[in-house]
Design a protein around this ligand. Structure first.
Ligand code: ZN
Length: 156
């Protein structure tokens, strides 16, 4: 595994639509391993392909329940509403209030290209919506209400 460089807002790769992954290749498996390692190292809860410069439809998420790998994810259902602070590894040290569904159901393929469905509420719903937006070339900053603010680093 290897750490990948996280692309920061302003990098044009973050504004492009991603292509589907047709089949599992060693390169894709490596990409997934690297994305997980990069996300954990950066202490993020999610990371999408374009954030490491790869315009493919793959995201990794971990809200503290273990890794969730989603290849070619599709949102099936959403319900409710939640408003809260959201951040992004492509805009470190910043956050802003975004309204998202409080529940989502999505379909995707796992790292073995097996189809599965996942349901999430609260943080998981937020993370899924945030990462799926990246695959369409969108950042949360386009949806922020009331401006972006600085986040104080947590005290060790
Ligand atoms: Zn993000």
């Amino acid at each position: 595994m290897a750490l990948r460089t996280i692309r920061l807002q302003g990098d044009p790769v973050l504004t492009k639509k991603c292509r589907e992954i047709e089949s599992l290749t060693p390169k894709i498996s490596q990409l997934i391993d690297d994305m997980l390692e990069t996300m954990y190292e950066a202490e993020g809860v999610g990371l999408a392909g374009p954030q490491v410069g790869v315009l493919r439809r793959v995201v990794v998420i971990d809200i503290g329940d273990g890794p969730l790998v989603m290849i070619n994810p599709v949102l099936l259902e959403s319900d409710g509403e939640q408003s809260g602070d959201e951040g992004c590894l492509s805009l470190p040290g910043k956050a802003g209030v975004v309204t998202r569904p409080n529940y989502v159901k999505a379909r995707a393929y796992n790292r073995y290209m097996e189809e599965f469905e996942v349901e999430g509420t609260e943080l998981l719903a937020r993370a899924i919506c945030h990462e799926l937006d990246h695959l369409e070339g969108h950042m949360y900053t386009e949806k922020v209400e009331g401006g972006i603010h600085d986040v104080q680093p947590e005290e060790e």
